[in-house]
Design a binder for this molecule. Structure first.
Ligand code: BGC
Length: 404
């Protein structure tokens, strides 16, 4: 894929118009920066990127992380774990098979799809389907130190709460109870591993009293509680999607555009090179011009490196700026989402002050878009918008509101 290339002429023109507007002219809402983050505008079924929304104006971007790459990192984390074990250590009932269960986050979310695929590909169970259920998988193989074992996905489930919210940790915990009965030592004793599309659900499983102690279990996100659990040896591994780099980049792109930065520099300044205030994100970021997506890297976290990912390690490359204060309205799809509430928002709240951005945080319930849209109001009062949609195909509901 083509990396940093031309950003549309629109961005250049808009940058110029924002600069000239600092003289007192009012910028139309339709011309203000619009950054989607964490939930990429896309078709929930196919995963195709919603380019109509992404091309809303020259200052529309997505900031996230390399979802497909992350799925592969999670898959490798798991296969690396088995590569260091003897068969007898991991195959509980010595039937020559590794049986695993999978917690799916949100079937319509690109991150969730990428992880399901990455896990199944690494284990050889991928059968060209993202859907939940063993019937959508095939038998795979895994390499151990002393030979190979067959791999079977015993079951998988999209974890929806009773309220309809996705990535639901409680639903995962309850399901873990069922799986333990069905496939654990009181059942067929074929459950050798638990894999989850995120840490919230993995911790839900781990904290369920019937979780078969000592069973390898893998999550994703490197939330503080999950990293601590890796340190204690309870969670086998997780993946960092580099939340600090993402949060800082979401705000930095806004800062750049509002400062009148134009062209490629919008996705470079303060990101891959120093901006006028001397700021630069330390982690590696990649820009994909064809989808207008600025992406952070993923890193596998396990017993060997967990200490580097402990709570509170912030990016020292971002320091205080003397930039004029600007106002941002930012939506969060679900106030109850583990990753957003314990990792992403605290990071945003740390960097917003440093970048001179006064951010108004509004949060939805994770099920109905209107819980966010109803708070996406008084738009004239803001200089820029950052949006985290409930449904990834709701982009136009937000851009419609910006027309006025
Ligand atoms: C995270 C999940 C989170 C979701 C919310 C994903 O990138 O890994 O934990 O629930 O974003 O959109």
């Amino acid at each position: 894929m083509k990396k940093v290339a031309l950003i549309g002429l629109g961005a250049i023109l808009l940058g110029a118009s924002l600069t000239s507007c600092s003289g007192g002219n009012k910028v139309k809402n339709a011309d203000k920066p619009l950054i989607f983050y964490n939930r990429q505008p896309s078709d929930p079924q196919t995963g195709d990127i919603d380019m109509k929304t992404m091309n809303w104006n020259g200052s529309t971007y997505y900031v996230g992380f390399d979802a497909a790459g992350g799925g592969a990192v999670q898959g490798k984390l798991i296969t690396d774990f088995f590569a260091e074990k003897n068969k007898a250590e991991v195959d509980k009932n010595s039937d020559g098979k590794i049986g695993y269960v999978l917690c799916i986050g949100d079937a319509g979310h690109n991150d969730s799809k990428a992880r399901t695929k990455g896990i199944r590909e690494a284990l050889g169970t991928w059968n060209n389907k993202y859907d939940a259920g063993a019937s959508n998988t095939k038998e795979g193989v895994i390499h151990c130190k002393d030979g190979d074992l067959v791999v079977v996905e015993l079951d998988s489930k999209e974890m929806k709460g009773t309220d309809g919210s996705t990535w639901n940790a409680d639903a995962a915990g309850n399901q873990m109870g069922n799986w333990a009965t069905q496939y654990g030592s009181v059942g067929t004793n074929e459950l050798d591993m638990v894999v989850s599309n995120n840490d919230g659900m993995a911790m839900g499983c781990l904290n369920n009293s019937s979780f078969p102690k000592g069973t390898p279990i893998f999550g994703y996100d490197a939330n503080a509680d999950a990293v601590a659990a890796v340190g204690k040896g309870d969670l086998t591994g997780t993946v960092s999607q580099n939340v600090d780099a993402q949060a800082a980049a979401t705000l930095q792109v806004i800062r750049n555009i509002l400062d009148g930065v134009t062209g490629d520099d919008v996705v470079k300044k303060g990101i891959t090179e120093k901006d006028q205030y001397g700021n630069k994100i330390s982690a590696e970021m990649t820009y994909l011009s064809e989808t207008k997506a600025l992406l952070a890297k993923n890193v596998a976290v396990n017993k060997a490196n967990w200490e580097q990912y402990k709570e509170g390690s912030r990016d020292t490359g971002i320091k205080k700026s003397n930039a004029p204060e600007k106002k941002v309205l930012l939506t969060v799809y679900n106030a109850g989402d583990n990753f957003l509430s314990t990792s992403y928002i605290p990071a945003l709240q740390y960097y917003d002050k440093l970048l001179g951005l006064k951010v108004t945080y509004v949060q939805g319930d994770g099920q109905s878009e209107t819980t966010c849209l109803d708070k996406f109001v008084n738009l004239d009062n803001y200089d820029a918008f950052a949006v985290n949609m409930v449904k990834t195909n709701s982009g136009q509901d937000y851009t419609e509101k910006l027309k006025f």
